[in-house]
Design a protein around this ligand. Structure first.
Ligand code: SF4
Ligand code: F3S
Ligand code: FES
Length: 248
């Protein structure tokens, strides 16, 4: 059954903005992105929103709904009661371009700072056979759709612009864990993560894991194992030496 929902949508740009009230029709089975599209079609043709797949796979439609980082296309209207006011705001951690669209280039900068996969220089094609267990170890991390909701929610940078330079954020610390777990990668990812990408700032609050639409266990499977490796090196000189000498 169709009903009319009350929405508050943040409208503005980098200089200023405010929440504006709208009443919009909702039909059965719709998601929040459908309502935003209906707003564009019927009331606010200039409302800016970024989206692409409408299937939870492109990572474009990230925003905050009632203060929680979510994909607009994967949040069903049935999550809310019919009389609830639904507030849609842009991601708070990144600068606003306009309305619901943010400048997420912070994330691309962080991605570029991570040295790429570094196999042994003398390894020839076909010389190494990857074991299934090694394939599976990082499989989960490759489900990432780069929606940056984990980056948005992490308190280390959410209200702390000053930490952005030193902290890569959960998505990219996870990328370093993925490389660390690759049997052929020769770079020292543990040291890099700790010294250059701010692993030490993470105090394992797990908020990143809670908002991940791909249900990746970012904290348990990527960040904590990296922290354990840092601790092993720091407190166990044998492990430290072994890592140096027989890393692979
Ligand atoms: Fe999005 Fe999850 Fe990837 Fe973070 S790890 S960018 S929340 S898919
Ligand atoms: Fe931030 Fe996730 Fe760590 S939310 S503090 S990166 S566990
Ligand atoms: Fe692609 Fe929402 S539009 S994830």
């Amino acid at each position: 059954m169709a009903y009319t929902a009350k929405f508050k949508v943040w409208r503005g740009d980098a200089d200023a903005g405010e929440l504006q009230d709208y009443s919009v029709e909702v039909n059965e089975g719709e998601v929040v992105l459908d309502i935003i599209h209906r707003l564009q079609a019927t009331q606010t043709p200039d409302l800016a929103v970024r989206w692409n797949c409408k299937a939870g796979k492109c990572g474009s439609c990230s925003a905050e709904i009632n203060g929680r980082p979510r994909l607009l296309c994967m949040t069903r209207m049935s999550t809310f009661t019919e009389d609830e006011v639904i507030t849609v705001t842009p991601m708070r951690t990144f600068p606003v371009v306009r309305d619901l669209v943010c400048d997420v280039s912070f994330n691309y900068t962080k991605a570029r700072e991570i040295p790429s996969f570094t196999p042994p220089k003398d390894l020839q094609p076909g010389e190494y056979r990857m074991q299934q267990i090694d394939v599976e170890r990082s499989q989960e991390f490759r489900k990432c759709i780069e929606c940056f909701l984990c980056q948005d929610t992490c308190h280390v940078i959410r209200d702390h612009e000053e930490n952005k330079e030193a902290f890569a954020g959960p998505r990219f610390l996870m990328r370093m864990a993925e490389l660390e777990m690759h049997p052929l990668d020769t770079a020292d990812r543990v040291q890099q993560a700790q010294d250059e990408h701010g692993l030490g700032y993470c105090n394992i609050t797990k908020c990143c894991t809670e908002v991940c639409p791909e249900h990746i266990k970012i904290t348990d499977n990527a960040l904590i194992p990296m922290k354990e490796r840092v601790a092993d090196r720091k407190y166990d000189p044998i492990v430290w030496l072994g890592n140096k000498l027989f890393r692979r």
